[in-house]
Design a protein around this ligand. Sequence first.
Ligand code: AMP
Ligand code: FE
Ligand code: FE
Ligand code: ZN
Length: 281
Amino acid sequence: MIDLHSHTNESDGTFTPLELVELAVESGVEALAISDHDTFAGYDQALHEAQARGLDLICGIELSTRDPGKARAVHLLAYFLRQPPPAEFRAWLGELIEGRRDRNRRLIASLREQGVEIELAEVERLGRTLTGRPHFARILMDKGYAANYEDAFRRYLGETAPTFVERYAPDVPVAIGRVLEAGGLPVLAHPIRLGLRDLDTEAKFIGELKDAGLRGIEVFHSDHRPTDMLRYAGIARKYKLLVTGGSDFHGDIKPQISLGTGYHGNLNIPMTVLNDLRAGS
Ligand code: AMP
Ligand code: FE
Ligand code: FE
Ligand code: ZN
C-alpha cells in the first residue's frame, strides 16, 4: 500500500513530519509522498527519518492554481521523482507564500471590520510560514465565533462569506510550466473537487490541461467514490495521463481520513502505481 498525497504541520496538517513518518511505518504504508501546500519544509525534515525507517519518501507539493477562464480553483500536485526541485522553483514558491501573507493581512482587516477580534500574530503562531484559512478557522472556533470548522468557512472564510478575501494564485498553465521546467511531474489533484457535474465538460477540461502539459491525474482519493475512480481511470487512458492516488491525510482536522486507507477504507493503492509513475517520469 502506498499514499501519494499527505500534509504535515508545515502546511495545514496537524502531524509533524517525523510523526507522519512514524504513522506511515505503523500503518504499513510502503511509499509516502509528502505534498504540503506551497512548501517542501515537511519533506525536507522527514527525509532522514524516512530513510532510517525504510520508508520510500517521495518529494511532492500541492499548488493552489486557478483556471484562467473561470477563476475556478484548481489544485495541482507535483512530484519530483528524479531530481530534487531546483532553487528557482523554491524561489517561486517564496512568491506564492508572500501572496498568502498579503491575503492573510487583508483577511484580518476584513474580519475586524465585521467586529471579529482577531490578530494576525495569533493566527501566525498556529500556522507559521504557511498560515492559511484552516488556521483562521481554528482560532474562530476557539474564540466562539464559529461552532465548527465548516461553520467558520460558511460564516467567514469561504468564497460565499461576506468577509471572504481572495488570494493570488497562478493560472494552471503557468504552474504546470513551472513544474515541468523544474523537472517535476504535474498531476491534477482530486478532480472531483472541480465540481464539474457535467461529465463531458469535466473530460474536456482535463483534456485542455493535458494540452497545457499535465502529465497525470489523481484517480484514487478519499473524496472519490468507486464510480468516480472508474471514470477518472478512463479519462487517464483516454488522454494518456499517468495515474496517481493518495488519502490527502491532514491529521486531526480531518479525522475521518486515515493515512494510506483514506475515507472508511476506500483506498488501497498498490506499489505498481508508483512504479508506473517512475517509469513514466
Ligand atoms: P488557503 O490556502 O489558506 O486559502 O486555505 C485553503 C484550505 O482551506 C483548503 O486546502 C481547504 O483545506 C480549506 N477550505 C477551503 N474552502 C473550504 C470550505 N468551504 N470548507 C472547508 N474547508 C475549506
Ligand atoms: Fe489542505
Ligand atoms: Fe487539495
Ligand atoms: Zn491536499
